[in-house]
Each structure stands twice: as structure tokens, then as C-alpha cells.
Write a protein that binds this ligand. Structure first.
Ligand code: GLU
Length: 306
């Protein structure tokens, strides 16, 4: 399609990210994540045509955490679950990802699908539509990445369950407002099981490609209408990177979703999906190295949505 040297751009982006090594803190509120190597880094890009490029530890699995929320939302919409928009909003929250305060003032309707409260509602919706929310996410990721080994790291899921008092509080609060269809324990189990999926930058770039292809899956069947693909990308841009979506849009200029495992999946509509990973996080919860690398990539190439 074009003569862009993606491999060179990724190498340069990694060099930029290397300068941030040692800054940022590995998430330790989930004890099983605290052991991640703060110096690790990887980045991969999958083009709309299916070519994959990578640098660093681009094939090493890591905990995808909140990146899974992009897939739960897409799968709900793919299952005809438009009614989910009556249960969750689509405005940036301006609050930390696990905040309880807003939920109280807004009567149990979470502000957007990517804060924890919203993702819990979307997981609940997907579970009702499919009978297995985490299973649906795993199967989708396996099919799109072509990696049948991809799956949930049950040690991480157990660690989240054990230390998930805040998520449990959010879920109970949502249930108290009548905004959960399934039992709290079921929804939390499903939520942790998809957050704790381990996947590599290459897996995630391939799995995110449907958003760069305006809704088309790897096998050319349609997952989302063009309009829904546009909408998911829009919510990613405005709400996908915690309470720093403005800063991310300013620096990177792409829709993206981050997770506290240190991954960031970003979409370049019409061209590619990119995933960068580095476990050291900034105060908002975004990977310092991954954001630096994506910033360097879009700044050097001029490839962004703007
Ligand atoms: N499973 C994590 C939690 O619920 C997801 C956090 C994240 O990546 O934002 O806290």
C-alpha cells in the first residue's frame, strides 16, 4: 500500500522508549503483576494487509489487563448489544479508573466502558449475550492473532480476585442500582479472567487490526459495522487511556487502550494496529515506555488520525 519503512520506524521508536527506562512504577496493587521486569520493552505493528513487524520483546506475553476492555465492548456490539449504551455512558471520567465517587452521583451508570465500573457492566452484558464473556474474548483473540496458546493467566486472575475489594465494591454498587444482570461474583470472575489474559504485542496488534480495517476481521468477515468501528475508535480516543486521554491524544494522536500490565494498543485507521509494552507506569496508569514509543512513532512518521 505504501513505502513506509515500518521496521525502521519501530527501531527508532524503541530507541526513544529506551531513554525512559527506569522511570515509571510497575503496578503492584495486583501482587502477581509486581514481578514484571521494569526494563522490558516490546513493540509490534500489524498492517491492514496482515504484515507484522516487531522490535524488542514483541513476542513475549504480558498481562493485557484493561486492553481487554476494548474487546469486550467490540464483542458486545458485534452481538447486537447496542442496548449496552443505556447502561454505560461514553464521556471521559476525569477520575481515576477505579473511582467509586462518580458512580454514586450518577446512580450506578458508569461514565464510560473503559473505567473499571463501565467495563464491569460491559462484561456483564457480554456474559448475558454469549454465556461466557472471558471465553468469548479469548476465542476472539486466538482467532485474530492465530495464536491458539493465548489464554488467561489464572495466577494473575486469582491475585486480582484476592485483592479486588475495590472492584467488588463497584460491582455491588452497580448491582444495588439494578444495573447488573448476572450475580456479582460471576461478573467479577469473568472480568478478572479477561483482564488476566496473557498476550504479546504481536498478538494484540493482530487482534486490534479489525479497528484499523473499519470492522473487518482477519478472515474478512465483518465483526462491526463501519459505524460501530468508528464509535469504538472514538471512545478509545476520548476514554481509552485512563485520566490522561487528553495527554495521550496530544502526544500520540491515535485511538488507544492501555492496561496496568504496561501494554498500549493503538489504532491507525486504514493502515495498521500497533502495540507497545513496558511495565513501568506513570501516575495515571499508562506505560511510560509504551507512550514514549508511540509518541516517537507518530511524530517521526506523521502517521496519526490528525
Ligand atoms: N484488572 C484490573 C483492575 O480491575 C484492570 C486495571 C487496568 O488495567 O486498568 O484493576
Amino acid at each position: 500500500m505504501d513505502a513506509v519503512d515500518y521496521q525502521q520506524l519501530l527501531s527508532d521508536a524503541m530507541a526513544a522508549a529506551r531513554r525512559t527506562v527506569g522511570t515509571g512504577r510497575v503496578a503492584d496493587y495486583i501482587p502477581a503483576l509486581a514481578a514484571a521486569d521494569p526494563d522490558a520493552f516490546g513493540m509490534a505493528l500489524a498492517t491492514v494487509e496482515g504484515e507484522v513487524f516487531g522490535v524488542g520483546a514483541w513476542e513475549q506475553p504480558f498481562s493485557i489487563q484493561s486492553i481487554s476492555k476494548l474487546f469486550t465492548l467490540a464483542l458486545v456490539l458485534a452481538e447486537g448489544g447496542d442496548a449496552v449504551w443505556q447502561r454505560v455512558g461514553r464521556e471521559p471520567s476525569g477520575n481515576p479508573f477505579n473511582s467509586l465517587v462518580q458512580l454514586e452521583t450518577e446512580q450506578g451508570i458508569p461514565r464510560n466502558p473503559f473505567i473499571n465500573a463501565g467495563a464491569i457492566v460491559v462484561t456483564d452484558h457480554l456474559h448475558s449475550l454469549t454465556g461466557g464473556a472471558a471465553h468469548a474474548v479469548r476465542e476472539f483473540l486466538r482467532a485474530e492473532s492465530g495464536n491458539p496458546m493465548l489464554g488467561t493467566d489464572w495466577e494473575v486472575a486469582a491475585s486480582e480476585t484476592e485483592h479486588g475489594h475495590r472492584n467488588a465494591a463497584l460491582a455491588h454498587f452497580i448491582a444495588s442500582h439494578g444495573n447488573l444482570l448476572n450475580p456479582v461474583e460471576t461478573v467479577l470472575d469473568e472480568y478478572y479472567a479477561h483482564c488476566a489474559i496473557a498476550a504479546s504485542c504481536a498478538d494484540l496488534a493482530l487482534a486490534g487490526r479489525f479497528l484499523a480495517r473499519y470492522g473487518l476481521r482477519a478472515d474478512d468477515t465483518r465483526l462491526l459495522s463501519r459505524s460501530d468501528a468508528k464509535r469504538v475508535n472514538a471512545v478509545l480516543l476520548t476514554c481509552g487511556t485512563y485520566d490522561a486521554a487528553g495527554e495521550f491524544a496530544f502526544r500520540v494522536g491515535l485511538p488507544g487502550k492501555s492496561g496496568v500490565g504496561g501494554g498500549v494498543l493503538a489504532i491507525l485507521p486504514g493502515r495498521a494496529a500497533l502495540c507497545a509494552w513496558g511495565p513501568g507506569l506513570d501516575r495515571a496508569g499508562n506505560s511510560v515506555g509504551a507512550v514514549a514509543a508511540l509518541d516517537a512513532f507518530t511524530t517521526a512518521s506523521g502517521l496519526s488520525v490528525f
